[in-house]
Write a protein that binds this ligand. Structure first.
Ligand SMILES: Cc1ncc(COP(=O)(O)O)c(C=O)c1O
Length: 382
């Protein structure tokens, strides 16, 4: 039996608030906070001495992440954020595809998924949601012979709609269309098998569910994707020196990039919090992913029932359990703003999104937190 109260105690934020903003950014549990301090302590005392060792530890982290997604370690690295990940893809497509071509994405996709393509004037076609969900048939109907890729979130940030990546990936694979996934609102709580789902590229910014703050985005690319679309940008750490040290010092001499995803490493990056992320992964895996998923479902179910009892309009598509996530969005119409304010006055934190109220539950929340939130709604006489 998981001791959820013990886990709760690892998150000091729970002492005086009910925090429902993890879909914006999760607080860190104490063991992860201590791990970050420890990494910086080593830097403080030892400077650069351990850098090569730390790079090896970073590779081990990538290996562990790869295992969670059923792929090889060589296919995983980190980039600073999902916006940059998508911009890299946009550059690749601009270089490789002859116009006219288009990309299909979702109407209420978080802009990190789409803005990089629009900026390069790549034609984007947006699927309209049907009662908060994106039916796979609607995505397929929008495709034409000029469609080269579909870009979608695994879990939509505004509604929590959880897409069926397996079925969508199968359909796209059959049609030879690239499958690009933004798993920011899902990973690592809801990891996906990238092979079974035929995913070509996946980016997951980890400041939400990675429990380690702003450490950047895990970036998966399939070997065939990298072969077809060489990185459009590079840097000294991207270069494969073929075992001759790690610095390519030659000028005007030929070089090639790593065949692995490390071609996207470009230059130095902030290793300390990334290394501490291993602690967060261990913490999450010790609780167990299935356990976490069940807990999230238990908490959202309780919230959904409570909202229904109060006749609140739930905007998230919650009728099918497999489409649910940690996010539940609702509206009180013209009382939304007042409600968010009143909640904050009571140390209950939710996110206003698109004029609605987004609640996201995490492993440190409990039913009492949800009762506090429902109590405020009741007092608002909705
Ligand atoms: C679905 C989704 N993708 C990406 C991001 C963040 O994008 P980036 O990593 O570019 O800051 C967010 C929220 O911040 C999000 O909700």
């Amino acid at each position: 039996m998981t001791d959820w109260n013990k886990i709760r105690r690892d998150f000091p934020i729970t002492k005086n608030s009910a925090y429902f903003q993890s879909a914006a950014m999760s607080p860190l549990p104490t063991p992860v906070f201590e791990a970050i301090q420890e990494e910086y302590r080593k830097l403080h005392l030892g400077g650069d001495i351990k850098w090569m060792e730390d790079l090896e530890r970073f590779k081990n982290l990538c290996t562990n992440l790869a295992g969670l997604m059923n792929t090889e370690p060589d296919n995983v690295t980190f980039v600073p954020n999902t916006s940059l990940a998508m911009s890299l893809l946009a550059l690749s497509f601009q270089n490789q595809f002859k116009k006219p071509f288009n990309i299909i994405s979702m109407k209420d996709e978080f802009p990190a998924s789409t803005i990089g393509f629009e900026y390069l004037n790549i034609m984007m076609k947006y699927v309209e949601p049907v009662e908060g969900r994106y039916p796979i048939d609607s995505i397929i109907e929008m495709m034409d012979e000029q469609t080269v890729a579909v870009v979608t979130s695994q879990i939509q940030y505004a509604t929590g709609f959880h897409q069926d990546l397996f079925t969508l990936g199968h359909e796209l694979h059959q049609r030879g269309v690239l499958f690009i996934v933004n798993a920011t609102q899902a990973f690592p709580f809801f990891p996906v098998d990238v092979i079974a789902s035929n995913i070509d590229v996946l980016s997951a910014s980890l400041h939400k569910w990675g429990l380690t703050g702003h450490i950047g985005s895990m970036f998966f690319t399939s070997p065939s994707f990298r072969e077809r679309f060489p990185s459009p940008l590079t840097g000294w750490l991207s270069v494969d020196t073929k075992g001759k040290g790690i610095i390519h010092t030659g000028k005007n001499t030929p070089f090639c990039l790593h065949e692995s995803a490390h071609c996207y490493n470009f230059g130095t990056f902030n290793l300390q919090p990334l290394l501490a992320f291993q602690k967060a992964l261990d913490y999450i895996q010790e609780i167990g992913l299935q356990n976490i998923q069940q807990r999230i479902m238990e908490l959202t179910e309780y919230l959904i029932q409570g909202l229904r009892d109060l006749n609140v309009t739930i905007l998230s598509p919650v009728s099918r359990k497999e489409e649910r996530s940690a996010i539940v969005t609702f509206t009180l119409g013209d009382k939304n703003e007042t409600c968010v304010k009143r909640l904050a006055e009571n140390n209950i934190y939710v996110s206003p999104r698109d004029g609605n109220i987004r609640v996201s539950v995490n492993i440190f929340n409990n039913l009492a937190d949800i009762d506090c939130l429902l109590e405020v709604l009741r007092d608002l006489n909705i």
